[in-house]
Design a protein around this ligand. Structure first.
Ligand code: NAD
Length: 291
């Protein structure tokens, strides 16, 4: 397949490399990032889109996606598909889909879970919104870049699934970390705490698979000095997107709102920037009860 790929950073680079390694013709464009082996460099986003059956974008945010889409959509061939894999706000995903439709094209929002490790290993999970036919066109590419692609519904459904999942993740990580810090102060051994909670009703992915306490449970960023992994600032980005969507949809999300405020403080005021999002545990460890 002829593929245009725009945004080859930490995630997009290995995703494009996997498509090229599988034998697809990939034309890549990025403002700064180097092109991985097998990907042909082109001089503009429009050139990457020219003649491509599928154009994939992996960009930092919704504003950049909108500006890239405005350049790319008019350059795309009839019947081709724009597949955005970035994490962006639901409104931007829907706006881009409407522009595509107006030009007789199709767009998918297909954000991912799995991080840089998943992008490199080709084991990402894609959450996809958009028309059935476009999903069917891109499906073989999802199968190369990932292990699972869930078609969640119409335009915006992929981004909606992503931010709801990550809102649960942020809230659960905070709950797991504050519970460990409480257990410490109660003199409860961390390993015993893990042994009980991981097999009791408090179990969760953050406890069982990504334990924030070093030396306990399966290997996680806690065992590597809290180097990310999934950086706290990326969690903050996703929590903010969840609250932007909740505001627009008039949804009451008090725990999501608290989690967004706590990660904002951690990243912007304290020492959370550049650390894994599970570094909330050493943060709580040092603290005392607020009045
Ligand atoms: P990144 O900053 O490493 O990559 C983004 C790339 O886009 C950069 O190389 C940048 O030069 C390029 N870019 C920016 N504006 C451009 C433009 N106008 N034209 C062409 N290229 C442009 O970020 P990343 O970690 O690869 O993340 C990409 C997206 O994936 C984000 O939306 C992020 O939220 C999401 N995501 C990241 C992770 C992760 O663990 N890193 C996990 C899941 C989802």
């Amino acid at each position: 397949m002829k593929i245009g790929f725009i945004g080859l950073g930490n995630m997009g680079g290995p995703m494009a490399a996997n498509l090229a390694a599988a034998g697809h013709a990939v034309a890549g464009y990025d403002l700064t990032a180097p092109m991985p082996a097998g990907v042909t460099t082109v001089a503009s986003a429009a050139e990457a889109a020219h003649g491509a059956e599928v154009v994939i974008t992996m960009l930092p945010n919704g504003a950049i996606l909108r500006s890239v889409a405005a350049e790319v959509l008019p350059a795309m061939a009839a019947g081709s598909v724009l597949c955005d894999c970035s994490t962006v706000d639901v409104d931007s995903a829907r706006a881009v889909a409407e522009q595509a439709e107006a030009l007789g094209l199709a767009a998918l929002d297909a954000p991912v879970s799995g991080g840089v490790g998943g992008a490199t290993a080709g084991t990402l999970t894609f959450m996809v919104g958009g028309p059935d036919a476009a999903f069917a066109t891109v499906r073989p590419l999802f199968d190369i870049m990932g292990q699972k692609a869930v078609h969640c519904g119409a335009a915006g459904a992929g981004q909606s699934a992503k931010i709801c999942n990550n809102m649960i993740l942020g809230v659960t990580m905070i709950a797991t970390c504050e519970a460990f810090a409480l257990a410490d102060k109660l003199g409860l051994d961390r390993q015993k705490m893990f042994d009980v909670v991981s097999t009791s009703s408090g179990y969760s992915w953050t406890m069982n698979a990504y334990c924030p306490a070093p030396g306990i449970g399966p290997k996680s960023p806690a065992d590597n000095g809290y180097a990310p992994g999934f950086a706290a600032e990326l969690m903050l980005k996703d929590l903010r997107l969840s609250q932007q969507a909740a505001e627009a949809a008039d949804a009451d999300t008090p725990m999501g709102q608290l989690a967004a405020a706590l990660y904002a403080r951690f990243v912007e005021v304290e020492d959370g920037k550049g650390r894994d999002f599970s570094a909330m545990l050493p943060r709580f460890e040092k603290r005392h009860r607020e009045a």
